[in-house]
Design a protein around this ligand. Structure first.
Ligand code: GAP
Length: 453
């Protein structure tokens, strides 16, 4: 069954409600670069916090890192990105469009009537040529080849070059991991599908260093690989992505990087023509990266096992997930159009997990008099230090509910005439639409329990 395509509706909702805007929109926009607005930044931060909590804070065998975006250019020679991070490109000299040579079957000419590249009559397609995906810039005042530096195309290399710094500073023993969240940049040829493939994006990556010849009774490298595959799938499920929309895709021998022992993608069904697409990669990178950095820097990248009296370059199991892609997956997963009993108009609702929702509670005085706004403001002041809340006194209660449903706010608190009389408020649940009347003094604890659940 193919799921409906909600991307276009999401683009509109995200702009209207302050989740995601096109970058530099007033100048006509920047190609495939996006800005996160007030609600988008909260949602993506909640995703990143959930990842950091699971991968770093709740474990004693993974350390955090925040490496610089600009690195020594030799890093990218060692990693293979200077020579090998290329897409084969075909240009059309007639319409100036650019196509990926390996995706010509699905490509279409931007001119009307819509045809395949090469079928317009006057198309002038070039031979395929390699196009490096790294953005280049210059360090210092002189713009010559000696000053070239790159915007990192992945965060992983910052982890590899710091492997021994972290291991020694934290006295970690293999197996252990290093995790970081940060921006990465790729001059993608065929970006698109909203924030799915962009030129500037955030990665959440973890490199787990393991013994290539683990002693008997210890997990082997392939057992660690299986362990991390399972852990990462559990994380996506815990965020609320539907089980039937998630699957593993194993890299075939032709897809595998030459140094990789194994690789799986975790794919999510985005619906419509996009369908199942990668949101995370779990890769067994062998000792390739550390070995290459040892070769290119002439610095030893070996781990010294003092108990077994051995030195070796560890194998690496990598988990690499895009913060923007997961955020988009969550929006697709959460989006619903529903009819509401007793109401002629339906509602658009984001069924986000409460802990991920950008706003946790809408606070509504039923009317703008009789002490209701004052009581509502006291509640806002009480809750705001804990999490984002939204005070709203405009329009009917129904309209206010709709506004909060559309941005995924899990709870709406209404202050009515009864509230100022006996100190109770109603709390309406976004998903069940059930309303509980509770004492305002219990509101903090009530919401805390619901948000934790
Ligand atoms: N260090 C390994 C690595 O970078 P990758 O499969 O190229 O592996 C990992 O990228 C993840 O980063 C992807 O699964 C995706 O979520 C995200 N990602 C990669 N390129 C992206 C792009 N152009 N726009 C948005 N996210 C991207």
């Amino acid at each position: 069954m193919s799921r409906p395509d909600v991307l276009e509706k999401l683009v509109s909702l995200c702009k209207r409600r302050g989740f995601i805007f096109q970058s530099s929109e007033i100048y006509g926009g920047t190609g495939s670069v996006w800005d996160y607005g007030p609600l988008g930044v909260e949602l993506k931060k909640n995703v990143k916090d959930a990842w950091w909590h699971t991968m770093v804070r709740s474990r004693d065998d993974v350390e955090g890192l925040d490496a610089a975006i600009l690195m020594h250019p030799r890093v990218w020679e060692a990693s293979g990105h200077v020579s090998g991070f290329n897409d084969p490109l075909i240009d059309c000299k007639a319409c100036k469009a650019r196509f990926r040579a390996d995706q010509m079957d699905g490509a279409s000419c931007p001119r009307k009537p819509s045809k395949k590249p090469g079928e317009q009559g006057d198309c002038q397609l070039t031979e395929p040529r390699q196009f490096n995906l790294m953005f280049k810039t210059f360090m210092g005042p002189v713009e010559d080849t000696a000053a070239v530096v790159y915007l990192r195309p992945e965060t992983a290399q910052g982890i590899f070059v710091n492997f021994l710094n972290v291991q020694q500073a934290r006295r970690q023993k293999v197996p252990f991991g290093i995790a970081q969240i940060g921006k990465a940049f790729r001059n993608e040829i065929t970006p698109g599908n909203f924030t799915f493939r962009t030129r500037e994006f955030e990665q959440m990556e973890m490199q787990f260093f393991v013994d290539p010849a683990a002693a008997e009774g210890k997990r082997t490298d392939m057992e660690w690989f299986e362990y991390w595959k399972a852990q990462r799938m559990e994380w996506h499920l815990a965020l609320g992505l539907e089980r039937e929309r998630l699957e593993f895709h194993q890299h075939s021998a032709t897809e595998l990087a030459h140094y990789a022992k194994a690789a799986f993608d975790i794919q999510f069904d985005f619906g419509g023509t996009l369908g199942f697409q990668e949101i995370e990669g779990v890769h067994h990178r062998s000792d390739f990266d550390l070995g290459r950095h040892q070769e290119f820097s002439s610095k030893r990248m070996e781990y010294v096992d003092q108990v077994a009296n051995r030195r070796y370059i560890p194998y690496v199991v990598e988990t690499s997930v895009g913060a923007d892609r997961v955020t988009l997956a969550l929006l697709c997963n959460a989006y619903a159009e529903e009819s509401v009993e007793g109401e002629s108009e339906g509602r658009v609702v984001l069924h986000l997990k409460p802990s991920l929702a950008p706003i946790k509670a809408g606070i509504f005085p039923l009317t703008k008099k009789d002490g209701q706004p004052e009581m509502a403001n006291r509640i806002v002041e009480d809750l705001r230090p804990l999490y984002p809340v939204d005070y709203d006194d405009a329009g009917s209660i129904g309209k206010r509910y709709r506004r909060q449903d559309e941005v995924g706010t899990p709870f709406c608190v209404t202050i009515d005439p009864e509230s100022t009389g006996n100190g109770t408020v109603t709390v309406r649940d976004r998903d069940t639409l059930a309303q509980d009347r509770i004492d305002a003094t219990q509101l903090r604890a009530y919401l805390a329990a619901k948000l934790a659940g």
